[in-house]
Structure formats: structure tokens, C-alpha cells
Design a protein around this ligand. Sequence first.
Ligand code: SAH
Ligand code: SF4
Ligand code: F3S
Length: 470
Amino acid sequence: MERKDVLVPEADLARQRDFQENIRRMFEGRQAHPRACVDTFGCQQNVADGQKLMGMLQACGFTLTDEPKEADLVILNTCAIREHAEDRVFGNLGILTHTKKEDPEQVIALCGCMAQEARVVKRIRESYRHVDLVFGPQALWKFPELLWQVYETHGRVFSVADEHGTIAEGIPVVREKGVKAWVSIMYGCNNFCSYCIVPYVRGRERSRDPQAVLAEVRALVEAGYKDITLLGQNVNSYGNDLDTGYHFPDLLADIDQIPGEYLIRFMSSHPKDATRHLFDVMAASRHIARQLHLPVQSGNDRVLHEMNRRYTRQQYLDLVDYAKRVMPGLVLTSDIIIGFPGETEAEAMDTVSLVEEVGFDALFTFIYSPRPGTKAAAMPDPVSREEKQKWFDKLLEVQNAISAKLHAAYVGKTQRVLVDGESGDADYPLTARTEGNRLVRLKGDKALMGQFIDVTITGSNTWALYGEAV
Ligand code: SAH
Ligand code: SF4
Ligand code: F3S
């Protein structure tokens, strides 16, 4: 698709603002004070989408609530990555039959990645008749118009066509209070890893204009955000579709020039096109955190090939070696799938040995979940769930020991951290993050919130560090 067709024209965005205004006036006319509840189930990309939904909802005159029972509009912003994620959504939809029975005027919407799956949409059409509005991620920017249609027609509205996807700039955003912000730099995925549903539900890769990203990050820094994460399914392919020769390391280098006290993180980074140049740019920067989330998925070459990951174990290890060399103290995390169809115990143990060899600071670990429509879902998968669980437990045991050991090495050291939250714990009332994004439970005064401070690490376990302000 050509660039001009990817960018949503300003006139179309203005039309959406008109729909927002229509909805606001409609409620004003009824002297109603509508409330909306947005429930997000997915990854950071989905969280970022949820924040745009909330922005549009506020523009439509809604106030936000966390309580579906008291909401005039409930939106489930869904995730399709594993079966468990989908089951949770169907469970929640079941519960909403009761809230709707009590308030028949309640509008129920389902959006996010599940809404882009034909199988799910069919089930909702047929068996979840209390759902009024269904729209996929590619239709997010049209939400005001879709909602208006629901109110106008009192009928069910579906916007779930399989689309390439567009880029809509300038949608209002409701951010979390505090110092953390998410910035999508690109949307979609072209990689078609054989197990993964994302390319089917999120459309093709499309990069925002560098100027738009830079302006957003600059505004966030000026507004006091200090921990900003750039999002994309694979940020390393940022710019490929711009055809200007401008790529992710260029974007990082330009962002790094923005004055202020802040950290930049990014995820996810696909090893097949993470380059040494990227790591050099990170190493030379002032604001890019020495932290890398580099999903490896497997440590066995046959499985990696079947997963369509397009790198080998050795290539991954070489990449990590280089990154650690140019960024001493680099914090490294990864995603792992255990029990890919046809994986043997020996192959799963190759993954465990890779984990030992690399020494990740932490892992996100998953047992393979078949996603209908993907290539892997059609592959023979003879190993039982119980057997996979054993391999998975072995992996966890190994990783937990590594995390505990790496964390213990912090004890006695001074770390610069960003104080980012409060905890219920009376002894350690604050939470903070190191540059590497390790969680620190902190003794200290609430007034430190939102500040970068030096702390002494006094204790640790597998999941967290403990510290006191210096
Ligand atoms: N775009 C990111 C991944 C997004 S999904 C990347 O490529 O790094 C987050 C993680 O979910 C993946 O890295 C993978 O480990 C896991 N995952 C994806 N599909 C899965 C499936 N079908 N079963 C189990 N885990 C899966
Ligand atoms: Fe899924 Fe692979 Fe795309 Fe990540 S890169 S979203 S795992 S297809
Ligand atoms: Fe889930 Fe969609 Fe994210 S499937 S992991 S919400 S891109």
C-alpha cells in the first residue's frame, strides 16, 4: 500500500471529531452523565490502544470508571495471543449478560485483537447477542463513528474487515498518572512466526513519521514523563516502509537529542534484524536505557526454523555477546515458548541450556498455545500437556536461580533509580525501577515520587531488589 493511503487524511479525522461532538451533545440533551469502563487484556500495544479509546471516550463526554456495573458503556479491549487470554474474555462477556439485564441500555463493545478473528466474530454474532459493537485494531480510529451508529440505529455494529491498516495521528490519549508513558512507533507485523496470531489481527507493518514520534516524545518529556517505552511488534523494522533510508537506530539517535531527564526503552526487538549498529547507538546515547528485551523463543535450530524466526542459536548468542560487550551491565530479558508442535525433550533442553548460557535477568515464559489459522496450529503436536509442563517447570527453576543470583549481586551497590509508585508494604512503601527496569522496593518518603535518586541496595530475591535512599 502506498504511504498516502496509509496515513488517515485530516478530513477523515475531523469527521471523527464531529461524531465525538454529536455523542457529547446527545448526552447533554438528555442531561445524562455517561460513564465508560475500558477493560484491557493484552500487551503494551493494547494498553496504548486502550488509552486512545479512553481519550476518545472523554471527548465524547464520558467519565471513566473501573466498575462495569455502573458503566453505561463497557469496552473489552482483547488479546488473542494464547487460548487462555481468549477464555478470560469470554468469561467476562458472560458476566456482562447480568449487568446488561439490570441496565438494558448498557452498551457492550468488544475490540482489540480477538475482534479481528473471524472465528471469534462468528461466535459473538451467534452466541453473545448482548454485544452491541465489535471492531478490530485497524478500525480503532473510527470508534466515535461506530459508537454513534450504535446509538443511532439501536442495532449491532461490526467493523471487522481484514485490513492492511492505517496510521491515524492526533487521537486524544488518557495516560496513566505518574512518570511512565507508552508511544507506539509502528503498527502491525510482517513476520508471520508460525505460532503467532498477531500478523493476522494487526495488519501489515506501518511506521509513523519520525517527526510525529519525535514531537510526541518531546511533549511527554516536557509534561514530566520520565520513563518512555517505544512500542512495536518489531521495532527493528521501523522505517522499512518509509523508503527514506531512515531506520530505528536513526530514530533512537534523534530522540536521544531531546533535552531533559528521562529514559527511553523499547519493545519488542526481533533478533533477526537487531544490528550491531543498534547496540552502538544505544551505547553512545544518554537517554536510551541499557536494557534489551530480545525474544529468543527457542534455543534449538530446528525449532527456530519451524517457528520461522530466521536466526540460529549461534547468531543469537553472537548478538547478545556484542550487546553485552558494548553495554556493560546491560539488563537482558526474553520471551520463550516451550512445547512448540513436534518439539522433543532434548530440543526443549537446548532452550534451557541457552538460558543458562546467556544468563537473562528475567524471562517471559509460555507454553505453546495453538492459534487457529496459524501454520503451527496445523502441525502434529503429539506431546502431552503434562510433559510440556515438566519442561516448563525445569526452565523456570533454572531461570529463577539465575534471576536470584543476578539480583543478589546488586546488594551493597548504589543504583540510580526512578521512583515510580507506592506499594501497600509498610516497610517498603515505594517502588522504583533501575535503568535496566529491575523492580526495587524502597524505604523512603512519598515526596520522592517521580524522581531519579541514588539508592543503596540492601536485599534481593528472585523478583525484586530492596533498597534505601542514599
Ligand atoms: N512481537 C513480539 C511478540 C509479541 S507476542 C516479538 O516478536 O517479540 C509476545 C510473546 O508471546 C511472544 O514473544 C511469544 O513468546 C509469545 N507467544 C506468541 N504466540 C504464542 C503462542 N501461540 N503460544 C504461546 N506463546 C506465544
Ligand atoms: Fe508474532 Fe513474530 Fe510478529 Fe512477534 S514478530 S508479533 S512473535 S509474528
Ligand atoms: Fe495480544 Fe494483540 Fe498484543 S494478540 S499480545 S493484544 S498485539
